[in-house]
Ligand binder design. Structure first.
Ligand code: RP5
Length: 161
């Protein structure tokens, strides 16, 4: 089994159907990960502990998804030097624009690499994490290259009538 290098965290169980996309990307590329529910508002102590120990536990990238007043990615970025990739989960009230704005507008010094709203963002978060890890992992880099080439090859040149 692949060693755990990525932490996929989310504010609620209700975020999992979205965040599953990140897990699927990592599964496809053979990158080990763990999944946790860590809420900035409901479990702040859990957030604190996770951020404090993530690097020493061997994690290398954190993917954080949350919706609404989505403080989780930014708060996590304040607690760890690891790169944090934020996924704005789509909400009912404001379609995820609230999540996006909450995650993307970080103040200077604590960056969060913010993905698109919803499912595409979650899938891309997994790919982005793999791309970061591939910088120091030639075998993963090759798997990622092959995956990208296959995606490209799957796109038809002309639309079906
Ligand atoms: C956020 O509140 C979570 O990230 C989730 O997207 C949203 C709603 O959570 P639930 O009420 O479904 O638990 O903290």
């Amino acid at each position: 089994m692949a060693e755990t290098r990525v932490g996929i965290i989310m504010g609620s169980q209700s975020d999992w159907p979205t965040m599953q996309g990140a897990a699927e990307s990592l599964d496809t590329l053979g990158v080990g990960y763990e999944t946790r529910i860590v809420s900035a508002h409901r479990t702040p102590d859990r957030l604190w502990d996770y951020g404090m120990t993530a690097a020493e536990r061997g994690l290398q990238v954190i993917i954080a998804g949350a919706g609404g007043a989505a403080h989780l990615p930014g708060m996590m970025a304040s607690k760890t030097r690891l790169p944090v990739i934020g996924v704005p989960v789509q909400t009912k009230a404001l379609s995820g624009v609230d999540s996006l704005y909450s995650i993307v507008q970080m103040p200077r010094g604590y960056p969060v690499a913010t993905m698109a709203i919803g499912a595409a963002g979650a899938v891309n978060a997994g790919l982005m994490a793999a791309g970061i890890l591939a910088l120091g992992d030639a075998a993963l880099a090759e798997r990622l290259e092959r995956w990208r080439a296959a995606l490209s090859a799957s796109i038809p040149e002309t639309p079906e009538a």
